[in-house]
Design a protein around this ligand. Structure first.
Ligand SMILES: N[C@@H](CCC(=O)N[C@@H](CS)C(=O)NCC(=O)O)C(=O)O
Length: 230
């Protein structure tokens, strides 16, 4: 089945990583991969633009079906391969509700991380405003404390929506790892830290770990003092 799948992806992109984790969890290894370089603008080639007019990654094809929103791809794969590999939505009403809630909340976490990382990427040094940056760091600290609080209410060793790994973890883990890559220290968030260390070892995460993270040091550590912002 995976032979009729093609994934265009970029290393280190949390949206691409989500899709790759689901492909691993659903035992859909063997799909065709096109790893493209953002630095060289390979995500804007006519081949990609034809599939995704926004020129963004991931872009995914399954036969003649094209999907280029990471949440859409993940939900499609879970529905199409429901009984294969890991079931990513729990049966119980409570855990299912929590899974939906947390997986979409990750978009808020992503927004708060991006507000800082993209600020450094896009705004030239002489145009940066310290107070805006400090405000964004405080907002990220508040957001991380919220996630820390979610784990405090769960039994030790839980995933974000309960005992098992779910679609909410598929969304959360890459975002957390991305923040760590850009300097976030989890020392002030012990539950998140424990979760990060444990889930990092999961086979689907290891198999899809961004290859260039193993090869190159991070280009910046802009999130290093977020925990001190309160
Ligand atoms: N909503 C999309 C966002 C995808 C996205 O933002 N991809 C980034 C990489 S993380 C990208 O391709 N950026 C290049 C660009 O926007 O030109 C999804 O979740 O799949």
């Amino acid at each position: 089945m995976a032979e009729s799948m093609v994934l265009y992806w970029g290393s280190g992109s949390p949206p691409c990583w989500r899709v790759m984790i689901v492909l691993e969890e659903k035992q859909l290894q063997g799909y065709t991969q096109h790893r493209l370089s953002f630095e060289n603008g390979k995500h804007k080639t006519p081949e990609v633009m034809k599939l995704n007019p926004r020129g963004q990654l991931p872009t995914f094809c399954h036969g003649d079906i094209i999907l280029n929103e990471s949440f859409g791809v993940c939900l499609y794969l879970e529905n199409q391969f429901n009984s294969q590999g890991t079931r990513l939505f729990p049966d119980s009403r409570e855990e299912q509700g929590l899974t939906y809630q947390r997986m979409f909340e990750v978009l808020t976490l992503q927004e708060k991380i991006d507000a800082i990382v993209y600020y450094f990427w896009k705004v030239p040094e002489n145009e940066r405003c310290d107070s805006a940056l400090e405000r964004n760091k405080k907002a990220l600290n508040v957001e991380l404390k919220l996630w820390e609080g979610y784990f405090e209410k769960l039994p030790q060793g839980s995933h974000i929506a309960g005992k098992n790994f779910t679609m909410a973890d598929v969304m959360l883990f890459p975002q957390l790892a991305y923040a760590v890559r850009f300097g976030l220290s989890l020392d002030e968030y012990p539950k998140l830290s424990e979760y990060y260390t444990r889930v990092k070892e999961r086979p689907s995460i290891q198999a899809s770990w961004p290859p260039h993270w193993n090869e190159c040091p991070p280009p910046m550590d802009v999130l290093k003092d977020v925990r001190l912002s309160s």
